[in-house]
Design a binder for this molecule. Structure first.
Ligand code: ADP
Ligand code: MG
Length: 289
């Protein structure tokens, strides 16, 4: 089971958008049973597939809706409030992923308050209470039996949540806009990747699929920054030969009333669909080769 994570501690670089495109490509085009995990307290990834609700206990945050399988009259559901997020792993509870409008694609949504709580666990306890939990969930026989691939979206931080994703992942992809600030984020992530690689068992390497330019515009700035990354002797080899352009439809399909809701359901010759197919198939070839 491949565990593919999109990481960059800068926000707004396309982690969520790329996670979504990759997850939909794998489930729709490769027929892989895919589990999406939203590990960002902002819950943007969850919101793509579920109608997330305002948490009355923390009104600035979101929580998952009632699960479609929840039945308050069923004894088996006693003691469950009917909602299930990936953050249950920090509370010793089971996680029950939600189906989505995409066949073969489920999501274990985020929960703002519960994920933020994990982000603030004391340093002395972080390994036991946070770092190990995601890996142990992903190693469980239930998850291994139900899914072929996992796609994880992360928060724009280098905190305990992102570290636990780096520890659990088999593959990471670093999306970035070709501008100064986001490019700084690439260096931070490469550092985390190298640190993690040093301590990993050899049998389970963490593969860096590459740096994925996103929201690319044919401007002097973007072209120059991309060129200098490609020419950099230390990191040029990690820059992927494919990229996502700045295209309004990539943002438009986020709306719940968008029709179609997936780029992959656009007509065959649509430029955004062709680009998504090109980028995702290239990444898939690198991962599954
Ligand atoms: N290639 C793209 N073209 C146009 N808009 C994009 C593209 N990639 C992302 N966006 C938009 O930019 C914003 C930030 O992207 P997002 O994926 O949420 O970044 P992150 O998860 O890294 O914070 C979102 O509104 C998203 O719809
Ligand atoms: Mg995001």
């Amino acid at each position: 089971m491949e565990i593919i994570a999109f990481v960059n501690n800068k926000g707004g670089v396309g982690k969520t958008t790329c996670s979504k495109l990759m997850a939909e490509y794998l489930s729709k085009n490769k027929k892989r049973r895919t589990l999406c995990i939203d590990f960002d307290p902002q819950c943007n990834f969850s919101h793509q597939y579920l109608h997330m609700e305002i948490d009355p206990a923390a009104p600035e945050g979101l929580m998952p809706p009632i699960h479609p399988d929840y039945d308050p009259t069923d004894e088996d559901d006693e003691g469950w409030d009917g909602r299930s997020s990936i953050a249950e792993i920090f509370y010793g509870q089971g996680v029950i992923p939600y189906p989505t409008f995409v066949e073969n694609l489920d999501i274990a949504p985020g929960h703002a308050e519960k994920l933020l709580a994990a982000e603030s666990v004391r340093r002395s306890e972080v390994v036991e209470k946070v770092h190990k939990q995601l890996a142990s969930f992903l190693n469980s026989s239930d998850v291994r039996a139900a899914y072929d691939t996992v796609v994880i979206d992360t928060a724009p931080s280098k905190g305990p949540l992102t570290i636990s994703v780096i520890k659990a992942a088999s593959h990471i992809i670093i999306p970035s806009v070709m501008e100064e600030q986001p490019v700084q984020g690439i260096y931070g992530m490469l550092q985390l990747w190298m640190q993690e690689s040093l301590t990993r068992e050899k049998s389970r390497p963490l593969q860096l699929v590459g740096i994925l330019p996103n929201m690319f515009k044919q401007t002097r700035l973007h072209k120059d920054i991309l060129k200098s990354l490609q020419g950099n002797s230390a990191i040029g080899k990690y820059v992927l030969p494919v990229k996502f352009s700045q295209r309004i439809v990539f943002a438009e399909v986020d709306a719940a009333d968008s029709n179609p809701r997936s780029i992959f359901d656009f007509q065959e010759q649509h430029v955004a669909k062709s680009e998504a197919l090109e980028v995702c198939s290239h990444i898939a070839e690198r991962i599954f080769a």
